[in-house]
Ligand binder design. Structure first.
Ligand SMILES: [Zn+2]
Length: 223
């Protein structure tokens, strides 16, 4: 079954990239094949205010987002099949162009990891691809400091309380030299924030590296 899925996704991505350069939302013809949304649909993206997420009673991180979790971006977040890497790059480009990212102090971009079984199914981690796109544009390294040690249920299928329990202990630090990150400015990257439980758990671990700051940047936030 997995091989059939793999072949189907590979074939569909091949056609998507080579044969159908259309806007992913309105199907308008796209002249720039590195993009997935046309200018009209890009202009439909509704900005969303940044929020503070409480990590402990005395420590908060700010979460910046490109948009609320609605169209035209929702379908890009959901397009996590093997061939939709281009959507991840384009989300990175939009984060670069339309958010506060350029004004944030940043030494390392830290993507939220996927469990390896999901990585194997999908072929890539959307958060990581977004981080690479942002890192290339800003000349900042991507540091994969977190490792998912436990496969969690998809957050969207759980209620609020279960989401927090679901991610507890889901990650561990994967850092060869912790001294590299002490006093540095880290930006967590993810595609979607629902309750914030995942970002909280990630920030809680990164804090033990004693960074100067932790900020989060996500493509969409559920509001
Ligand atoms: Zn469009």
């Amino acid at each position: 079954m997995m091989i059939i899925d793999f072949l189907r996704d590979t074939v569909s991505s091949f056609f998507y990239l080579l044969v159908t350069p259309f806007c992913a939302h309105c199907r308008e013809w796209l002249y720039d094949r590195q993009r997935v949304l046309c200018n009209k649909c890009t202009a439909m993206i509704q900005p969303v205010v940044s929020v503070d997420l409480e990590i402990t009673k005395t420590y908060k991180i700010t979460v910046h987002a490109l948009s609320a979790y609605r169209e035209p971006l929702r379908m890009l977040i959901q397009s996590k099949r093997f061939g939709d890497r281009i959507a991840a790059y384009d989300l990175g480009r939009l984060l670069w162009q339309l958010t506060y990212f350029n004004h944030l102090t940043c030494d390392y971009l830290v993507p939220i990891p996927l469990h390896w079984t999901r990585y194997a199914r999908r072929g890539f981690n959307q958060a990581e691809e977004m981080a690479h796109e942002l890192g290339n544009r800003r000349q900042v390294p991507v540091a994969k400091l977190l490792k998912r040690v436990r496969k969690t249920e998809f957050q969207a299928q759980l209620d609020k309380e279960s989401r927090s329990e679901n991610v507890q202990g889901a990650f561990m630090l994967d850092v060869a030299d912790p001294s590299l990150y002490a006093g540095k400015h880290l930006i967590l990257i993810d595609d979607l924030m629902t309750t914030g439980a995942t970002l909280k758990e990630a920030a809680r671990l990164l804090r033990t590296l004693k960074p100067a700051s932790i900020t989060a940047l996500v493509a969409c936030r559920v509001i």
